[in-house]
Design a binder for this molecule. Sequence first.
Ligand code: MN
Length: 409
Amino acid sequence: MSWIDIPNDSDFSIYNIPFGIFSGPHGKKRIGTRIGDIVVDLEAAADTGLFGDIDIDPDVFESTKLNPFIRQGKKITNAVRERLQATFADENSILKNHPKVFFKLEEVQMHLPVDTKDYTDFYSSIDHATNVGIMFRDPENALLPNWRHLPVGYHGRASSIIPSGVNIHRPKGQTKPADGPPVFGPCRLLDFELEMAFILGKDTELGSNITTEDAPDHIFGMVIFNDWSARDIQKWEYIPLGPFLGKSFASSISPWVVTMEALEFAKVEGQKQDPEVLPYLQYSGLHHYDIQLQVGLTPKASSETMICNSNYKHMYWNMVQQLAHHTVNGCNINIGDMMASGTISGPEKGSYGSMLELCWGGKREVHLDDGGIRKFLKDHDTITMYGHAGKGNKRVGFGEVQTMILPAT
Ligand code: MN
């Protein structure tokens, strides 16, 4: 299939060809792609003339973020991706004569792929919203009245989005013990949220909106997204305006942006929405994706336990509905903006995408393979999220997003 050696279980098969920002031993940030365990420098590849007949501004490959590349438009970015696929399959590829185009995985460092002006977090998994509603409100009416009528979301903090491998300190803040006045100190109920985010591929004008029909043309690709959450800070602060410091200390993403074209084969039908949604949220075609997701917890100096097996196909609201809703009031969108799904829980206990649900608000213990017990996360715990789509021997994945929790400073 390719003259490059690609491990059979690699997320980065020839069907993938994601885009990201890496630095090699030279220290300079470059646009790259990954195939198997090889990172390919696209500026160096462009210098060989590989993209000579594609109408792309060659300067975009020198950028330290993907935004200028994405701005070229899907017609061009898809042509680059397809040219890379073709050359990796071609025994006579021009790249074979240019070894400086290639880096081993261990030689590179990955960076944030895009410049993100705005990040939005939705709340679109019905199992997650139901679980939270049962725990904190009313088991009989777990979903609030608006939930089935619109994709609930909030404006997140873009400045604290970090790539895999950047560790975070346990946040500090104000919390309210049940039996006393508020106190200040390190968060005691630190949690992850298993999410996926899509990255916007077009700027829009203030006052315009994107229909569900046009939405796919505006979505460049996806990453795995860990929406770190300080549950005790969140619980005290969120009424009445929603999440704030309990969320804004960090959100971690996987570094390779997998294009929507690479995920096309993973499309599946979503669950039926009941009641029927308003016309601006109706859609045709398939807009859900069968992407298997896992979360591993690794305590300090110990081995990893898989604590969650979920799937992105469980979303009640899909990306085209989220984007149509986000812009229906005339809100403008910028290239590189991120819109995250909300915690992706499935119907079974083992598929819950947060410690909050796995330990059921602190009522259950999560047992680790090394004998350890967790309700929420401890210092020096490492959370790793994995995701891939697979069908037959075709596999397209995201690699991982990994973050260790350091003690509060
Ligand atoms: Mn979230």
